[in-house]
Design a protein around this ligand. Sequence first.
Ligand code: COA
Ligand code: MG
Length: 280
Amino acid sequence: MDDRPRRSLLYVPASSEPMLRKAPSRGADAIIVDLEDGVLPDAKDGARAGIESLWLELDLGAAEVLLRVNGPGTPWHEDDLAAAARVRPAGVVLPKCEDPAEVAGVAARLEGTPLFLMVETARGVLEAPGLARAPQVAGLLFGAADFRASVRASREPDEAEILVARCALVLAARAAGLDVFDTPFFEYRDEIGLEASARRARGLGFDGKTCIHPAQVAVVNRVFAPTAAEVERARKVVEALAAAAREGRGVATVDGEMVEALHGAEARRTLGRAGIGPQP
Ligand code: COA
Ligand code: MG
């Protein structure tokens, strides 16, 4: 698994060939070809067959292509896993995860394929630390719509009802060294609401946000990319620490603030997210 930035991950229903064909050119860092809730039960088998023949074309663009399968216990799970084993996506997204042992079972079936676990129920949030430590897991994804239904929460303008779950996911993911991606924002014409939601997620530590419409991609990419000021500061931190190290010191001062190794690591991560190559 490479460490390319994943700011935006666009869900595309596997049943829509026109959407699939254009998806790699929509600017998202990753696309999630969806066999789960974006596809009606009667259309699942046809959609699965369709993406198998289309997969190589989808995989040609710059976007990483992930596959969301139907979960264990559904009538489509086995066939979806078999299809995943054939197309070998960059990652498999498993919905409604609640049981680390079940995830381990899927990992054994898809040896070598990174798993991205959706945490979107009360039980899933409470099990998040165990889920994050299951084999082959590369990231956690939050799904707010299923989560709200699961805990019978209402929708608040400031998203207060999902704060606990968001924090639980960030803690579980970071404790296990994983990436973590925020819920989609369903009012896809509301750019201001989307930006506010994305900023909240970024502030809590999320690496990126899932999208359901191509118009959301640019907003999400902008929010999750480092700002020019952050890049400038990161450069200064890396340079100051390199200069200090040449003089045998482990700490340096940048704009009146002491910085040390942890700031250097954070600064290099910022430069990496900005697409700026390895630093001293
Ligand atoms: N991925 C790729 N392309 C998409 C897309 C998506 N998720 N959503 C819309 N598009 C395309 C449309 O096909 C259209 O393409 P065109 O300009 O070439 O004709 C363009 O973007 C504009 O679409 P628009 O007319 O504004 O939206 P719509 O009414 O066609 O679709 C939704 C609205 C919500 C039905 C659609 O965005 C969608 O299906 N989103 C994904 C939902 C999903 O995956 N849910 C499960 C995960 S939570
Ligand atoms: Mg869901």
